[in-house]
Design a binder for this molecule. Structure first.
Ligand code: PLP
Length: 363
């Protein structure tokens, strides 16, 4: 579709409204019936989707909806934001929380699995409900409790954990908060002496890039060293608006990197992945991780095999710039954490054998 088609379903909305993140948030599409009036070619398969939306609610910003292309059945945006029957019919034995995150919190909503860093889930709310989300279980709950109480718990834990030097602020999407609340969170965490680095995990540059405002950048700039990790999964998401949002962060001295999820039909071919990685490199966003899609209930149809993922990345490694290559990893519960998925091909093994002396210590 495009901005014009989507805007036409709002009576009095202007282009200025479109560029305002609050307008985008307030006018999200949350019912299949609210997108039925758009040309059928965009949504040919969504007749029964209201049933799914009652289990895993739908939320799509007008901006993200406008990125849907004509051939909707294989569309990367549709796959990521429009409910699909397979979410409630396939892979129902998968757990809702395969990483057992909920049982590993020393204080509510803080996950501490690795020594020097922890993950602070500051909200359960997002701008868009990604159908491949590994925390779909959050959607059923409204934001629980007062955010200051939650923040107080984080700060007390950080103060008595001197080994933690980095805090990842995630959720949900932390940028769902307005600037004022976000600054309270940043300032609170920064009061802890041992916290040297803040990392924000947010999908806003991909799903609601107008959230990245001048004011927000001014605030974030004050809390450097601050690293921003976002999630682009398809070149269709790398729009001029998205590039502008990333550029604003970069101009504020904030490095932007990207964590993708390997999603069947969206980015599981060499051509699609190459286009995504080159596109990211062109806007100076460093591909960081490519996550193997976790066995989460409701995500069965998005999963590829590890073998095909390794093969794809191995082929890309041979031709692409190292700066464009993310590390392909699988997260598993327990101490192992994120495991790099690599294999050494037989031709590489033969080369290594030929140059055995590179790997040996000579006496
Ligand atoms: C992924 C993750 C991190 C961050 O790990 P990096 O490898 O530094 O990106 C931190 N805490 C938890 C609980 C995580 O799942």
């Amino acid at each position: 579709m495009n901005k014009k088609i989507v805007l036409s379903s709002f009576k009095n909305a202007s282009s200025k409204d479109w560029g305002d993140w609050r307008w985008q948030l307030q006018n999200r599409f949350t019912k299949i019936s609210s997108i039925k009036h758009f040309p059928i070619k965009y949504f040919p398969n969504q007749i029964n989707a209201d049933k799914i939306a009652s289990v895993y609610p739908m939320a799509v910003t007008p901006y993200y909806l406008s990125l849907i292309q004509e051939d909707a059945s294989g569309d990367a945006i549709t796959a990521q934001c429009i409910p699909d029957m397979r979410e409630i019919t396939l892979g129902q034995k998968y757990p809702e929380d395969p990483l057992e995150e909920d049982s590993k919190m020393p204080v509510p909503k803080l996950i501490h699995r690795y020594t020097d860093r922890c993950l602070a889930l500051v909200t359960e709310v997002c701008a868009v409900h990604c159908r491949h989300c590994n925390r779909k279980r959050f959607w059923a709950k409204p934001n629980s409790g007062n955010f200051k109480t939650r923040l107080g718990g984080f700060i007390r834990y950080l103060e008595k954990s001197p080994q933690i030097r980095e805090v990842i602020i995630s959720g949900g999407d932390p940028l769902i908060y307005d600037d004022e609340k976000l600054e309270i969170i940043l300032a609170g965490i920064k009061t802890v002496q041992n916290v040297e680095i803040i990392r924000i995990g947010s999908r806003m540059p991909a799903v609601m890039p107008m959230r990245i405002t001048k004011t927000l950048c001014r605030i974030l700039k004050r809390y450097r060293p601050l690293w921003f990790n976002t999630q682009f999964n398809s070149p269709a998401e790398l729009t001029a608006d998205a590039a502008r949002a990333c550029n604003m962060l970069q101009e504020a001295g904030i490095p932007v990197s990207n964590q993708s999820v390997l999603i069947k039909g969206v980015n599981d071919s060499e051509d699609k992945m190459r286009a995504l990685l080159y596109g990211l490199q062109k806007i100076s966003v460093r591909p960081y991780y490519l996550f193997h899609c976790e066995p989460v209930k409701g995500c069965w149809h998005f999963r590829t095999s590890i073998e095909s993922g390794i093969k794809m990345m191995e082929n890309l490694r041979r031709e692409c710039s190292g700066l464009a290559l993310p590390q392909y990893v699988a997260d598993i519960p327990g101490k192992a954490g994120k495991i790099p998925l690599v294999s050494i091909s037989s031709s590489t093994k033969a080369q290594m054998h030929k140059y055995q002396y590179f790997f040996d210590n000579f006496t």
